[in-house]
Design a protein around this ligand. Structure first.
Ligand code: SDX
Length: 393
């Protein structure tokens, strides 16, 4: 309740908010969503059921889940006019740039009819965001490769629909591989929410001013893009490819330890986890399963990743700094095996995290004590001084 944390400069701060959605114990490597361990949710649940849990606080009955899934399915299409936003971007635009723009533009299409002070309107906005993000991301991918947009299909589950919109073409039938669909759904689940990370805090801060949900989510997407945050999955696979072979790993380990070298091991370390990120464990198992089922278990990038992890975890520096693989270390290997370019890794993270952002947006607005976020600072600049005319400077 209003925990007080003392930071190095000797000043204290209070927790940014109170929440009942996600709990992390960084020292023990524990992640709970409404009390349920992420390992159990990844194994036994599926993404839309986890969305229900995050949004409403409990696991749904069969009837509640069917109703929720139907409501999401019925809102997966975008307003046809929104296609014109895509056509204004250069073809080589990063899909995250397109997503920031298109989601922000949703404010012009869906917000005018919404009163965010009305709980029912907040519910409608929540369902729309979760439903439309896969279509927005898939169309950003299709636009970047010059292929026609593929519309969502109501006969496919959430993950299969996303894969179909990304990889189907009008010229021939595309059948979604169930192995990839299960892996895609698990990746969505593992990225659903993560307490007050940078992008979620951005969404909460924006929502505290009363900004509409689409503008708040657009702000979260922009923050997630950074390579220290959600952009790490793209940066990590690019790093693993640059390393190329296990014999080059020691060179990169030494660079990561060199304080004069800005290089960081992508996919390693975390602001909160000082133990193994529980999501990374599940992701590593999933990478093994998917690549074996696809017959590419000897994927050289996976071999480099496993050897890099083995060497780093034995290294004194990494042990002293308590640096472990995080959620981004293995996710890119699976997404690459699915056929996604690295530029789509962070958009996929954004699709998955939308439910976390929206759940926390709703919680922020439903808090009777919620006020506009107004962080203070420790002023370290000049004391008061008088203006000096230019001829006297
Ligand atoms: C995500 O907050 C969330 O919940 C985020 C996320 C989510 O689900 O929303 O979990 C998703 O963003 C995961 C993180 C993805 N980012 C990366 O993988 C990029 C590589 N990681 C680093 O940039 C870094 O680990 C951070 C930014 C994630 C955390 O850096 P901090 O705050 O410096 O971590 P720290 O204080 O624990 O670091 C301790 C020391 C520091 O050195 P000293 O200042 O003590 O000398 O370890 C060093 C750091 O410089 N360090 C690293 C390192 N990570 C930290 N050194 C080399 N390689 C690394 N990866």
């Amino acid at each position: 309740q209003g925990h007080v944390f003392t930071y190095d400069p000797g000043f204290t701060s209070t927790a940014s908010c109170q929440s009942t959605i996600t709990y992390i114990d960084g020292d023990e490597g524990v992640l709970l969503h409404r009390g349920y361990p992420i390992e159990q949710l990844a194994e036994k649940s599926h993404y839309l059921e986890v969305c229900y849990l995050l949004l409403y606080g409990d696991l749904p009955t069969a009837e509640q889940l069917e109703d929720f899934e139907n409501r999401v399915t019925k809102h997966t299409m975008l307003h046809e006019q929104m296609q014109y936003f895509y056509r204004g971007f250069r073809r080589d635009s990063h899909p995250m740039a397109i997503m920031v723009g298109v989601v922000g533009a949703m404010s012009a299409f869906y917000h005018d009819s919404l009163d965010i002070n009305d709980p029912w309107h907040r519910e409608v906005a929540s369902i729309r965001m979760i439903a439309k993000m896969p279509t927005i991301a898939a169309w950003a991918y299709k636009y970047s490769i010059g292929q026609p947009f593929i519309y969502p299909r109501n006969d496919l589950d959430y993950a299969s629909n996303f894969l179909h919109m990304c990889f189907a073409v009008p010229a021939e039938e595309y059948v979604v591989n169930p192995i990839l669909a299960r892996a895609m759904d698990r990746i969505f689940t593992l990225h659903a929410d993560h307490e007050q990370n940078a992008s979620t805090s951005t969404v909460r801060l924006a929502s505290s001013s009363g900004a509409n949900p689409f503008a708040c989510i657009a702000a979260g997407i922009a923050c997630l893009w950074g390579p220290a945050h959600g952009g790490a999955n793209q940066a990590c696979l690019e790093m693993l490819r640059e390393i190329g072979t296990p014999d080059r790993i020691p060179e990169y380990i030494e660079r990561a330890k060199d304080k004069n070298d800005p290089f960081r091991l992508m996919g390693f370390g975390h602001r909160v986890y000082k133990n193994y990120d529980p999501r990374a464990k599940v992701m590593k198992q999933s990478a093994d399963e998917v690549l074996e089922l696809l017959g590419i278990e000897n994927n050289p990038t996976l071999q480099v990743a496993k050897e890099l992890e083995r060497i780093a975890l034995q290294d004194d520096y990494f042990q002293e700094k308590k640096l472990f693989p995080n959620v981004d270390f293995y996710s890119g290997i699976i997404l690459d095996a699915m056929g996604f370019p690295t530029s789509m890794f962070t958009p996929i993270f954004a699709v998955a995290r939308t439910v976390g952002w929206i759940s926390q947006w709703k919680e922020q607005l439903s808090d009777p004590e919620h006020k506009i976020g107004r962080p203070r600072q420790l002023y370290m600049g000049h004391p008061r001084r008088d203006y000096v005319d230019i001829e006297n400077r």
